[in-house]
Design a protein around this ligand. Structure first.
Ligand SMILES: [Zn+2]
Length: 249
């Protein structure tokens, strides 16, 4: 589990649907780094808007699903992306966290990428409703990613649409890989632990090692992404170290 970054003077605070949101200043740093392949300031600004909106919508998916099961939550955007943190509720004379069932945990986890896919579908529907066009690009030759835009329209709007679709669909799919600590890894842990209470978590960690290695190699060879290769090799190694540390027995 991540440790929560302490509040700073530069935190941006607001609420969406009654859910408190705190944006740590380092969030903007990671957003800029992710968009640094472009040297154009406008492009970087559009990219930051797309990343900010997408991560917020993803975390709102988690937070609203938690609230559906009676668990209040707070959203924090910081260096490692977004985090939805359960808030203790009044319980008798003290405070407690709601005990969630494994099925509820899985629904809460899937609600994050689910919110992103719904948002992407909304963008596609709006683009097509306003006379734009949708094209399907494929990555690795078989994974279809719908992209949209207005061929003779505003370049800034088009870049925003493409960035939002890319983050919500491509990252949404990547996030569902059964790799710790991604949402897919969390779902795998619950499914394995349910079917095999003794060794399930250990198996899900091995799956995380293998899937992390595969995504690193695929990202490097087929998508030419050094960033993906380093990140997923690191996540695979982290799962391997957790296994070596005796976790998940
Ligand atoms: Zn998530």
């Amino acid at each position: 589990m991540f440790t929560l970054p302490p509040p700073t003077r530069f935190d941006l605070r607001f609420a969406v649907f009654g859910i408190p949101v705190r944006v740590h200043p380092l969030f903007w740093v990671i957003a800029i780094l992710l968009g640094s392949s472009s040297r154009n300031l406008t492009d970087i600004a559009i990219w930051i808007v797309a990343v900010f909106a997408s991560i917020l919508i993803h975390e709102l998916g988690h937070a609203l699903a938690m609230r559906r099961f009676g668990q209040h939550a707070q959203i924090i955007l910081h260096l490692s992306g977004g985090l939805t943190v359960p808030q203790p509720v009044a319980w008798g004379s003290g405070w407690a966290n709601i005990a969630l069932t494994p099925n509820q945990e899985v629904i809460i986890t899937l609600a994050g990428p689910g919110a992103g896919f719904l948002f992407a579908a909304l963008i596609l529907a709006l683009t097509s409703a306003f006379g734009g066009s949708i094209i399907i690009t494929t990555i690795l030759g078989f994974i279809p990613i719908p992209m949209a835009g207005f061929p003779n329209g505003n370049a800034i709007l088009n870049l925003l649409i493409v960035s939002l679709l890319w983050v919500n669909i491509f990252w949404g799919l990547i996030n569902l890989m059964p790799i710790y600590p991604l949402d897919g890894g969390n779902v795998a842990r619950h499914i394995f632990a349910k079917s095999d209470p003794l060794n399930g978590i250990r198996k899900s960690l091995w799956l995380s090692v293998i899937a992390g290695g595969v995504v690193a190699v695929v990202g490097f060879i087929f998508l030419n992404s050094v960033y993906m290769a380093i990140m997923f090799a690191f996540l695979a190694l982290q799962s391997y170290q957790t296994l070596q540390g005796g976790f998940g027995r």
